[in-house]
Design a protein around this ligand. Sequence first.
Ligand code: FPP
Length: 234
Amino acid sequence: MTSTPQHIAIIMDGNGRWATAKGLPRTEGHRQGAQTVTRILEAAHKRGIRYVTLYAFSTENWKRPADEVNTLMDLFRQYLKKDLSELEKQSVRIHFIGDRNRFPQDIQTQMNKLEQSTRSHDQYHLILALSYSGRDELTRAVKRLAEQVKAGQFNPADVTAEVIEAALDTAGIPDPDLMIRTSGEQRISNFLLWQLAYTEMYFSPVYWPDFTEEELDKAIEAYRARDRRFGKVK
Ligand code: FPP
C-alpha cells in the first residue's frame, strides 16, 4: 500500500463553467477559485503533503479576453501580497514556475521577493505555475543548454536526464506523486510534461470552486489504492 503523497499537482479547472452554471460572469468563478486555493492548501498541510503545485495560469491563457486576464492578474496581485505573505510566516517555501517575464513588473517584483524571503524554508513547498506550459519550460531549458554548448561550457555527450531536470523550472523539486484535475476533463493540457512521467492521475468531476477537503481525501484514497511500479515488476 502507498502512503500519503509527498507531492500533489493540481489542474484547477472549471472556474468558468462553475460561474456560467450559476448565471455569473466567468471572473466570479476565478474569485471563488482563489478561495478554494487557500482551503485546499491548508487541508494539504494538515495531511502532511509537503509539496503542492498549482496550475494557475497557462501560456495559452494570455489569449483569453482582456477583462478575464485582468481579473486574474488582480487576483494574483492580491494573493501574492496577502495570502502568500501569510504562508511566508508559516514557513512555506514559495516557488514560481513559468515565464515570469510576461507579467507586469509589480507582479514579477513580488514573485522575486517571495522566492528570496522563503528560500531557507523546507517543511512545505508551494509551487505556483504562472504563465507556464510544459513545452515552453522544455523549450527554454533546451535553449539554455544549447547556449552552454555554444559557449564551450558543456559537451553534448554529457546530456543526461539529470542535466535536463536541473535545467527545468522545477530543478530540485521532486516529481509529483499524484496529479489531480478537476471539472471532469481528462487531459494533461501541457502541464509538467517531463515531471508527470510516473505520476498517478486522478480526475474529479467537481468544478474547482466546489472542490473541498473531502474531495481531496477521495483523491488521496484513490492514490493509496494504486500499485506504483515505475515500470518494474514487483
Ligand atoms: C481554469 O478554469 C482556471 C484558470 C485558468 C485560472 C485558475 C485561477 C484560480 C483558481 C484563481 C486564482 C489563483 C491563485 C493562485 C490566487 P477555466 O477558467 O478554464 O474554467 P472552464 O474550463 O470552466 O472555462
